[in-house]
Design a protein around this ligand. Sequence first.
Ligand code: MN
Ligand code: MN
Length: 293
Amino acid sequence: MTTDRATAAYLGLAIGDALGATVEFMTPREIQLQYVVHDKLRGGGWLHLKPGQVTDDTTMALALGESIITAGMVDALSVAQAFDEWMRGKPVDIGNTVRRNLLQFRKTGNPEAPYSDHDAGNGAAMRLLPVALSTLGQPTECVRAASRAQAHVTHNCLLSDAACETLILMVQDALLGADKKHLLHQHARPLIAQFPQFKFRAIRQIQNPSGYIVDTIQAVFQSFFDTDDLRSCLIDVVNRGGDADTTGAIAGMLAGATYGLDDIPNEWLKVLDTKTRQSCERQAKSLIQIARH
Ligand code: MN
Ligand code: MN
């Protein structure tokens, strides 16, 4: 059951990325004019994708997952090398902070980016699922340390860390069967208590969420906590436009972990790029195996 949910989280991430990429950088109004409601894996977008094709959110997660499977653990240097290799493979897109700090790693060999409050983008959060899967069951402090090892390769920033650690612990509780109420009280609320900027209730609906981690988390939490299935959650979040592939990826991961495989619409699953689907399914199993050792 845990493995099924882990697989669903990985497929949810990839599907959310593929669905959102079509409307990345569009406004809700533009999306509405063009599609009424965008709810199909139709490809296109500014990256001219094929239907079901994913972007950096998923391919970086897969690069991270491969490094954890090979090393048997989250090892910062292995992660940095895996991301560097990923960048050499000419990915369809790449974030500015990711590129800058990976180029820095090439020069220095240091897998920890310098601390910067400005590196508060969502680039570390979008790809963290393999850490959640491979550290399931470990003490919270070990999970947090593994989260930072992965994140700091490109994003060494307090707000990013807080969001990443919260997302990982949420996914882990969801994999073990926690419901949304528990996720809200145990994870979302404590994050807000510590960093009130993440508050997502009693504020307007976040439209056009940017790549800023605060915007991203607010949009994802609004959609995730206000819907009851993966399909509604993803449609709600990507139709807000903005950094829609990344809000889609993170929301898809949370919804997949929470609702499980049976809740993933077949019409999306069958269009998702086949190689990507197979990699997600294989990695989910291997990463959960690592957690059990
Ligand atoms: Mn992307
Ligand atoms: Mn994005």
